[in-house]
Ligand binder design. Structure first.
Ligand SMILES: NC(=O)c1ccc[n+]([C@@H]2O[C@H](COP(=O)([O-])OP(=O)(O)OC[C@H]3O[C@@H](n4cnc5c(N)ncnc54)[C@H](OP(=O)(O)O)[C@@H]3O)[C@@H](O)[C@H]2O)c1
Length: 441
């Protein structure tokens, strides 16, 4: 793992200082008030509900008996689709119940988090100010090429939401939940130590990609806002429980697709701590609506409490792919350098269309080298990120406590989803095509 760049550390500190101007400090009387005044019903403002995680959060909120109303705030669609249409498409993809979208306890809002009043009409904003008591801030863009500077619009939007939460009628009862990422501790260097569930003031732990840096800046803004907040550092999310939906644009499906084309899987003893989209949404709701009140600006680490080795996941994938006729027999698991060499030479022999379709891992080859070659001695995680302490979140979330290790049912769901999208083929003819392709590599 590279040493954090001092320029990045400086930029993070400057961003925190710039965007925390005017934020108040938490007062002890505020905490006392909370401890004696539990909230039993919730009116939630959720951002980013058109995304994969947001869709699940929305569905489960609408099913939750303690939720009175949900306002979803999204940017205006670039495709001229109505909010309802966008959500219907996503609910279909994820196998969620469409009827929920017609519940009168749901209001669709379109706006711009960066703008005054979150880009909402005065009446909408005033209504929110008078009744919202939970904010779940989930809208973000994952782009590992973005710098911290590129993420400034998201930091501005987050600050506007914090200001909104501080201005609501009953701000002492407001709960603010932020879906952060374990990338916000991407440069944690304390050997085999678990990353604690606290906010760390040393900005060097966040230095690296702009994505993690920007999440860290917002975590720090929440720390000094005086709000009762939770920042959840979330690991890689895997396919949802309903349909196994796992976007084929993501790097893990790309790795699996490429392995099938190459006829080999890369080997790693690193642990896979993925949490499914569905469990992640449930954990967020356990936290946001939990009966124990927030009494601080909390930070939680969300990784699977029982991570399993990558090689075990590969065995489950092999089984799922054989059962579905994608591969005739389990693929060998080979050392990473061998897998990377074969990927290189296969890509060199193939035209660009074939590479895009069959070997998507080529696009992010450097990431794969980094993902599989761990620099951490104890408890390495796939992706070479530090192991996270989850004991606080375990005590806060029923879902965390009930989670089973990822296993063959999960692999079967993902494989079924990818088959349904044509990412893999299962027919005998297609199988022989795959074999023919492999023979040319
Ligand atoms: N997926 C993971 O593995 C993972 C891991 C760790 C943390 N997280 C965090 O979890 C949250 C949800 O992730 P996800 O996987 O559900 O992402 P996603 O499917 O890409 O959804 C992102 C959401 O944010 C919205 N958004 C993106 N750019 C925006 C902008 N410029 N202005 C306003 N809204 C914007 C999207 O709206 P449009 O529909 O209009 O694009 C969408 O609603 C994010 O905060 C992410 O950082 C995810």
């Amino acid at each position: 793992m590279a040493t954090p760049d001092p320029e990045h550390i400086n930029a993070i500190q400057q961003a925190i200082s710039k965007y925390s101007k005017g934020l108040v400090q938490e007062s002890p009387s505020h905490i006392e008030y909370l401890a004696t005044s539990p909230t039993t019903t919730f009116t939630v403002l959720l951002t980013g509900s058109t995304g994969n995680l947001g869709t699940h959060i929305l569905a489960y909120l609408l099913e939750h008996p303690s939720v009175d109303h949900v306002f979803v705030h999204n940017r205006v669609s670039s495709s001229n689709l109505s909010s309802l249409q966008r959500h219907e498409t996503q609910f279909t993809e994820h196998g969620l119940n469409h009827d929920l979208l017609h519940d009168k306890k749901l209001t669709f809002l379109e706006g711009d988090l960066r703008a005054p009043q979150l880009g909402l009409a005065q009446q909408e904003y005033d209504e929110l100010l008078s009744i919202a008591n939970v904010v779940i801030h989930n809208a973000w863009k994952s782009n590992f090429k973005f710098t911290l500077h590129d993420y400034e619009p998201f930091i501005i939007g987050s600050r506007n939401l914090i200001d909104f939460a501080l201005a609501v009628k009953c701000s002492s009862k407001m709960r603010f939940v932020f879906t952060s990422s374990m990338a916000s501790v991407q440069s944690w260097t304390k050997g085999g130590d678990l990353v604690p569930e606290t906010s760390l003031s040393d900005a060097s732990i966040a230095a690296g990609s702009g994505y993690g840096e920007s999440k860290y800046v917002v975590e720090r803004l929440l720390q000094c806002s005086g709000l009762n907040s939770s920042t959840l550092r979330i690991v890689q999310l895997s396919g949802g429980d309903e349909t196994g939906y796992w976007s084929t644009d993501e790097w893990i499906p790309g790795l699996i697709r490429s392995s099938v084309a190459l006829g080999i899987f890369p080997s790693s003893e690193a642990l896979v701590p993925w949490v499914s989209l569905s469990d992640a949404a449930r954990i967020i709701i356990d936290d946001a609506l939990g009966s124990n009140l927030f009494v601080e600006a909390a930070v939680y680490n969300m990784e699977h409490p029982s991570p399993v080795p990558w090689n075990a996941i590969v065995c489950h994938l092999n089984e799922a792919l054989v059962q579905r006729g994608v591969i005739p027999s389990p693929l060998p698991i080979v050392p990473v350098p061998q897998w990377i060499d074969k990927l290189h030479s296969a890509a060199a022999k193939s035209d660009s269309q074939t590479v895009l379709r069959e070997l998507p891992a080529v696009r992010i080859l450097r990431l794969f080298e980094f993902v599989f070659i761990s620099t951490r001695g104890k408890n390495p995680r796939l992706g070479d990120h530090a192991a996270l302490d989850t004991s606080k979140l375990m005590s806060r979330s029923e879902t965390m406590r009930a989670m089973k290790p990822l296993g063959k049912e999960d692999a079967a769901l993902w494989a079924e989803y990818w088959l349904s999208k044509g990412y893999f083929q299962r027919s005998v003819a297609d199988r022989s095509q795959t074999k023919r392709y492999r023979a040319t590599l």
